[in-house]
Write a protein that binds this ligand. Structure first.
Ligand SMILES: NC(=O)c1ccc[n+]([C@@H]2O[C@H](COP(=O)([O-])OP(=O)(O)OC[C@H]3O[C@@H](n4cnc5c(N)ncnc54)[C@H](OP(=O)(O)O)[C@@H]3O)[C@@H](O)[C@H]2O)c1
Length: 239
């Protein structure tokens, strides 16, 4: 408890699954938290944790440039700085490639890749403007990618393309900002028990829990200031 006291975190995809679990954990650790997702009701629910100050819900479509700028402006106006950004918003598009509609392909790339770009760009703009915290770190961006960021996922070509794109973007981002005090960590979970995987096709699979991903994110966030955890490849022990 108390590992993130004095820190402000922005979490996208905060209304469900991994993002909602991150909001809970960050509040428990004492952070000020700004949660973003499109659906206002689910987001408001996820931002409330009995006995703790709530997270600030800011309904946001991560694919909307203006909305993302407003999200970060609200975080800075409310809490003064942004120390941690976790990009967890995402959508799973599946189907054999010969049946994949262009609109579905574009949605997969827009939310999963362009959304990460827009939020990371805004994060960097804010972090570069703020003074480093003790240890010289200005901020930390964590991308919730997927094993399909580095492996093929047969039947999920658009999702896999987007996640591979996130890896290339994030590797480049890391090298652009690391000498200016900003850490970038990619977390690549295997299958996790959330609404995204609540489908009979995945019923027999051994999955991680959202809290397992939270644990990996916390390990990256609490590494010593001079240590940069670039990538966490996370799998269920049985898979
Ligand atoms: N579950 C897995 O097996 C697994 C494995 C590896 C990686 N991941 C990745 O982990 C991340 C979180 O997934 P999850 O399993 O927690 O899924 P989830 O339970 O379906 O949650 C997805 C979240 O993203 C939000 N979202 C979707 N589109 C958005 C948009 N355009 N703008 C803002 N928010 C948006 C959703 O809220 P709204 O719909 O209200 O916007 C929701 O809060 C995703 O990036 C996913 O690809 C998941």
């Amino acid at each position: 408890m108390g590992l993130l006291v004095g820190k402000t975190a922005v979490v996208t995809g905060a209304s469900s699954g991994i993002g909602a679990a991150l909001v809970r954990a960050f509040l428990v650790e004492g952070a000020s938290v700004v949660g973003a997702a499109r659906g206002a009701e689910g987001l408001a629910r996820a931002c409330l944790l009995p006995g703790l100050p709530p997270a600030l819900p800011v309904p946001t479509d991560v694919g909307d440039e203006g909305a993302v700028a407003r999200l970060f402006a609200t975080a800075v106006a409310t809490y003064g700085r942004v120390d941690i950004v976790v990009n967890s918003a995402g959508t799973l598009v599946r189907g054999p490639i010969e049946e994949l509609a262009l609109a579905d392909w574009e949605a997969a790339l827009h939310i999963n890749l362009t959304g990460v770009f827009l939020c990371s760009r805004e994060a960097v703009r804010v972090m570069l403007r703020q003074a480093p915290a003790s240890g010289g770190v200005r901020g930390h961006i964590v991308q919730i990618v997927s094993g399909s960021g580095v492996h093929a996922w047969v039947g999920a070509g658009a999702y896999t393309a987007a996640k591979h794109g996130v890896m290339g973007f994030s590797d480049t981002l890391r090298e652009e900002v690391r000498h200016r005090g900003i850490k970038v960590t990619d977390v690549l979970p295997g299958m996790v028990e959330t609404s995204m995987t609540d489908h009979p096709d995945f019923a027999e699979r051994e999955k991680l829990a959202p809290e397992d991903v939270v644990h990996a994110v916390m390990a990256a966030l609490t590494a010593s200031p001079r240590a940069l955890m670039k990538r966490v490849d996370l799998r269920n022990l049985e898979v």
